[in-house]
Design a binder for this molecule. Structure first.
Ligand code: SF4
Length: 321
């Protein structure tokens, strides 16, 4: 996704060392806390398996947008004959087309039908639930406030279900500006991969401004996203730094990096070991490694091997339990 939060790959979000561990010199025995759970969620696993299956039947297979937001996975599928498109104009009539885990708007389904495309729908069921809730609220006469990031594939798909009855808000400032009245039928929905902490704050503010508003008490953030954030929140205070294996385009990976920074621990978003800035880890005694829901485990293991090679690191499982 293309968020307004702008930080670079492999750059600390704050650029600060954690105060309790500022040191120099190579550490002989770094400890790696390996977050559990981390990495692939069920929705991503299913989408990848379905694309693998489609490739068994031959190429090309077209995919509308990235199958999941991970650079390594997209490049690997591209190499194997998958063609990623941002417009169905680029898909020849009669081809096979996959919808990614993030889902699509009804307009895209309509165009696919008009072009006689064979559709393989890998939309995550949890995203589908948000689409269904949006339709339900509109049918009942509600205006819907969607907490999410403009331009993210998932948000674009949900908005496309009820374009005349939905408004996106990205932050608390935008909630303050909402034009609705206190007696209007209102409901809220959320993107599935947001920060739990920030989203709860926004929901509380919505309830303050519009006491009549309805919605899921705990948001529509999926359990996979919640648990990965919880693992970082619970264990990052033991760490000098957090490495989040994931791509910049991945919403849930970026939220993990932000979670660490919110705890006062510097974080690095890395597509792989090559993105880890070695010099920034000199003197680090404990490093928490996690991975976004679309990041493959072999990239996590590459990062571990990299730290083992340079810092003689040992690995300890760091579960949320
Ligand atoms: S992050 Fe959550 S909503 Fe997105 S694909 Fe995974 S399980 Fe589904």
């Amino acid at each position: 996704m293309d968020d307004s939060h702008d930080f670079l790959f492999s750059q600390s979000l704050t650029g600060k060392m954690s105060p309790q561990r500022e040191k120099t010199g190579i550490t002989a025995h770094m400890k790696i806390l390996l977050a559990d759970p981390r990495g692939f969620c069920a929705g991503v696993t299913t989408a990848i398996l379905r694309l693998d299956d489609a490739l068994q039947l031959g190429t090309p297979v077209y995919v509308y947008h990235e199958i999941v937001h991970n650079t390594w996975i997209v490049n690997d599928f591209r190499r194997r004959g998958v063609i990623f498109v941002d417009s169905l104009d680029d898909v020849p009539n009669g081809s096979r087309l996959m919808f990614s885990a993030h889902g699509v708007a009804p307009d895209i389904r309509r165009i696919a039908a008009e072009k006689s495309l064979t559709v393989i729908d890998a939309t995550c069921p949890l995203v589908n639930n948000v689409h269904q809730a949006a339709l339900h609220y509109e049918q009942q006469g509600y205006k819907v406030i969607l907490i999410g990031h403009r331009g993210h594939d998932e948000v674009t798909g949900v908005v496309g279900e009820i374009p005349n009855s939905i408004q996106i808000v990205e932050n608390t400032a935008e909630i303050e500006l909402l034009p609705f009245r206190r007696n209007e039928k209102l409901a809220y929905l959320t993107q599935t991969t947001l920060s739990v902490t920030e989203t709860f704050k926004m929901i509380e503010l919505l309830k303050e401004r519009f006491p009549q508003i309805e919605g899921q008490p705990k948001s529509n953030i999926c359990l996979a996203t919640q648990l990965r954030q919880e693992a970082v929140r619970k264990r990052c205070s033991e760490s000098d730094a957090v490495i989040v294996v994931g791509s910049r385009s991945s919403s849930n990976s970026r939220r993990l990096a932000e979670q660490a920074e919110a705890c006062g621990v510097r974080s690095y978003l890395a597509d792989g070991a090559e993105d880890i800035p070695l010099s920034r880890f000199t003197g680090s005694e404990t490093v928490l490694i996690t991975a976004g829901a679309s990041a493959p485990e072999h990239l996590v293991q590459d990062c571990i091997r990299f730290l083992q090679k340079h810092f003689n690191a040992s690995v300890v499982n760091a579960s949320v339990e």
